[in-house]
Design a protein. Structure first.
Length: 198
């Protein structure tokens, strides 16, 4: 056996070892790329679920604001009334997002209970004489000089009750949750302040 054939035999073994190392590295890279793709997909899916839950809570709050007196009345445990019913629960609303006939998201308006957090006086200057909702709030004053003004800048007959509303929503399949808080002001007569903002 000459030196040349021994050297060629050693090279064949080295090429095989290098090829196996390259195959191993390529496999590791492919597996890590797959794992990163799966992780990114999971993050996007979680964000999508969270956003759907937030939108459901916001929509429920907006709908409840349109009937706030009923919501406030329904907070009493004895009251059979409610703004929403979901599976027999008062002031809960359910959403079927994917249309399969089962609830996907549940929104709870009663926990914590909406509360009146204060009253804000409304001055005559803040009222619009052409708005029918404002006309009952004006305190009449004798006009001197220019006619057509909106009256004095003093206190009107109305105040704004400020309410803190909260909604808690949960995605029943993924467990994603959102809590939305919204403040609104409702105009009330100064004569009704004691009952309008307990």
């Amino acid at each position: 056996m000459n030196a040349h054939s021994v050297f060629v035999g050693q090279q064949r073994g080295a090429v095989l070892v290098i090829a196996l190392i390259m195959l191993l590295l390529t496999t590791l890279i492919a597996v890590s790329v797959f794992d990163m793709g799966s992780s990114n997909l999971a993050v996007v899916s979680n964000l999508e679920n969270k956003r759907q839950v937030e939108k459901a809570a916001e929509a429920t709050l907006e709908e409840a604001v349109n009937d706030l007196p009923l919501l406030i009345e329904s907070l009493s445990p004895e009251s059979p009334k409610a703004v929403f019913f979901c599976e027999g629960k008062k002031n809960h609303k359910c959403f079927d997002i994917n249309g399969d006939g089962s609830d996907d998201i549940e929104v709870d308006l009663a926990n914590p209970v909406p509360s009146c957090i204060g009253m804000t006086p409304i001055t005559n200057n803040q009222l619009d004489a052409t708005d029918i909702n404002d006309q009952g709030c004006f305190i009449g004053t004798q006009q001197v000089g220019v006619v057509g003004g909106s009256g004095s800048g003093g206190q009107s007959l109305c105040s704004g009750s400020v309410w803190d509303l909260r909604a808690r929503a949960i995605d029943l399949s993924s467990g994603a949750q959102a809590r939305i808080r919204q403040g609104i002001s409702i105009r009330v007569s100064n004569n009704d302040i004691a009952t309008a903002c307990p």
